[in-house]
Design a protein around this ligand. Structure first.
Ligand SMILES: Nc1ncnc2c1ncn2[C@@H]1O[C@H](COP(=O)(O)OP(=O)(O)OP(=O)(O)O)[C@@H](O)[C@H]1O
Ligand SMILES: O=P(O)(O)OC[C@H]1O[C@H](OP(=O)(O)OP(=O)(O)O)[C@H](O)[C@@H]1O
Ligand SMILES: O=C(O)c1cccnc1
Ligand SMILES: [Mg+2]
Length: 552
């Protein structure tokens, strides 16, 4: 790999790489590198560590999270290497007192001795369950912390947000329109990728389409409509019918249709904008098979809908089927009902069945609550175009995944906290999901890795990690080991799932959750338990590490 391809943002355009090009070893916090030096200086190069990456609280006041970002983590491990210019930069940035051999050491570092286990990307996950367990030389595993966290936190937050919009929207089409409002170019690119994984159907982001093979979709902006003032501006008025033959005058046909429709719409002809009609005619001539029109520039009822229907009927005269409209302001429930009413009327009156099925897309600051409220009100929207609230995750702008050492050289490590929920689960652990006979996920169980896995049809004691009296027996009908090996000996283990497979996984995984865990308002928490063995281990270690204080 040349210097250029490692550093240059331009390599984002190389589709074959299919990853985010700014992800590289220096995309980290300085303290990882200063710690690496101090570890190295104190002779810790042979220490072997185990770290867990997990979060403590589900986002969006919900009770589930979608795990995403794993593929980018593995690709990062694959490419992990400090380039010559990275080393030169560190040499000039770190203090002069740093031993020169440290830079030789860094330049030879790779992730061949690291082993990474992770939950399948796209799975539903819960607080305290490690999403990733990573093992290997302390220095290198520490150096990976920030980059892995930045790759998992936003990806999982975004996928979760998108999955929530998907649940609210049911089977309706969802398009991501957020690039212009996203947290910078990289935020925008990640938003497109992970909202697709979370259940969106497409994006307006062309680079995301190219890099990740996501369907790209779109309509047009208000600027297109306002760029026309009347019909005389149309330089091209004609279109060849779909079946071929002589050019026909689409402008004339549309103008005639508008006159015919005026009584149905109950408007006077001067209320409809000629500029808007000209814009729609010219767009229809440019895209006769993909005619989708923004109808709210002037007045949806009195101008936009009327003009759209006139052009759609003119296209129909030439054998083309329009796609539909986008409404970007006003009362979206009401306006969608109005639009559908007219589409139905025209369909009946002129015997054009597909007219009743025209797509109604709504956009304008839509969020999860808006969709739920629109559902309550009743609407006729088929598709939502969503930007700002989706990509900025306005309701909760960050997921709090952390990366904690749980074992060093075979010895468990625990991080204590005044806040019980923040005490870390010590030791190398495995996680299992236990299922009921009907296929519902019942509980996640953490155990020490040395323990035997829970068995199907065998009763297992599941304990609350901190509250002694909270415990239950579970006899699972199915047991799933959550942490699977993904990286070993310098290679990705097994084939990586495609984006489409991860996207399907999200929906399949959500199906295993009871509805009360997924509901929007006051959802029920999913239980995450520890084995009896891990409970005792945790609490013994806690006491050992918390000396008895003296009151004075
Ligand atoms: N029926 C509805 N129920 C709930 N929310 C709605 C409904 N219709 C629209 N909304 C939301 O209400 C907000 C309306 O935004 P705003 O008050 O800025 O009006 P607007 O239609 O954009 O007006 P204008 O374009 O004239 O500035 C948007 O966030 C939109 O998603
Ligand atoms: O509202 P969001 O959820 O962020 O969805 C994206 C918004 O971006 C566009 O507006 P903008 O005003 O930027 O351009 P336009 O002229 O195309 O409306 C579009 O019309 C949506 O309103
Ligand atoms: O294609 C669209 O309609 C679109 C794209 C980006 C932002 N708003 C709308
Ligand atoms: Mg807008």
């Amino acid at each position: 790999m040349t210097e250029n391809t490692i550093i240059g943002i331009h390599h984002l355009t190389e589709k074959s790489l299919g990853h985010n090009g700014i992800v590289q070893p220096l995309l980290t916090d300085l303290y990882q590198i200063t710690m690496a030096y101090a570890y190295w200086k104190s002779g810790k190069t042979k220490d072997i560590s185990v770290f867990d990456l997990f979060f403590r609280k589900n986002p969006f006041q919900g009770e589930f999270t979608i795990f995403a970002g794993l593929e980018e983590c593995l690709k990062f491990l694959k490419r992990f290497h400090y380039s010559e210019s990275d080393i030169a930069y560190l040499r000039q940035t770190l203090p002069d007192t740093i031993d020169d051999e440290f830079f030789d050491y860094l330049s030879k570092l790779n992730t061949n001795d690291v082993t990474l286990y992770a939950v399948e990307e796209g799975s539903v996950v819960f607080p305290r369950v490690p999403l990733i367990r990573i093992e290997g030389p302390l220095i290198i595993v520490q150096l990976l912390e920030t980059t892995l966290l930045t790759l998992v936190n936003y990806a999982s937050l975004m996928a979760t947000n998108a999955a929530r919009y998907r649940m609210a929207a049911g089977d309706l089409k969802l398009l991501e329109f957020g690039l212009r409002r996203a947290q910078g170019p990289d935020g925008g690119l990640s938003a497109s990728k992970y909202s697709y994984i979370g259940g969106f159907d497409g994006t307006s982001n062309v680079l995301a389409g190219k890099l990740f093979n996501i369907p790209v979709k779109g309509t047009h902006a208000h600027a297109y409509i306002t760029s026309f003032t009347d019909l005389t501006e149309l330089q091209t008025c004609t279109l060849v019918p779909k079946a071929g033959g002589e050019h026909r005058n689409l402008s004339e046909l549309a103008t005639n249709w508008r006159l015919k429709l005026i009584s149905l719409f109950n408007v006077v002809s001067t209320e409809a904008s000629d500029g808007e009609l000209a814009a729609l005619i010219s767009f229809a001539i440019a895209f006769p098979d993909g005619f989708m029109a923004l109808v709210d520039t002037y007045d949806v009822k009195r101008s936009g809908l009327l003009n759209f229907c006139a052009v759609a009927l003119a296209l129909n005269d030439l054998g083309y089927q329009a796609i539909g409209i986008r409404i970007d302001s006003g009362d979206l429930a009401y306006l969608s009902n109005v639009a559908r009413h007219f589409f139905n009327e025209i369909s009946k009156q002129y015997d054009i069945p597909w007219f009743a099925e025209l797509m109604i897309m709504a956009s304008n600051d839509i969020n999860e609550e808006t969709i739920l409220s629109l559902n309550d009100q009743g609407h006729k929207i088929n598709c939502f175009g969503i930007g700002t609230h989706l990509v900025t995750c306005q309701r909760q702008p960050a997921l709090g995944c952390v990366y904690k050492m749980v074992e060093l050289n075979g010895q468990p490590r625990i991080k204590l906290s005044q806040d019980v929920g923040k005490v870390t689960m010590p030791g190398r652990k495995d996680a299992y999901r236990l299922y009921s006979e009907s296929g519902d996920a019942l509980i996640d169980l953490l155990q020490k890795s040395s323990e035997e896995a829970p068995q199907v049809n065998h009763k297992v004691l599941c304990r609350h990690p901190f509250e002694e009296s909270k415990r239950a027996y579970v006899t699972p009908s199915k047991v799933k080991k959550l942490l699977r090996i993904c990286w070993k000996d310098g290679n990705i283990v097994g084939p990586l799932p495609s984006l489409a497979e991860i996207r399907n996984k999200v929906q399949a995984s959500l199906k295993t959750l009871r509805p009360d865990i997924k509901r929007n308002l006051n959802p029920t928490p999913f239980k995450v338990a520890v084995s009896d063995n891990l409970y005792k281990f945790l609490h013994d270690l806690w006491l050992q590490n918390a000396p008895i204080g003296e009151l004075s």
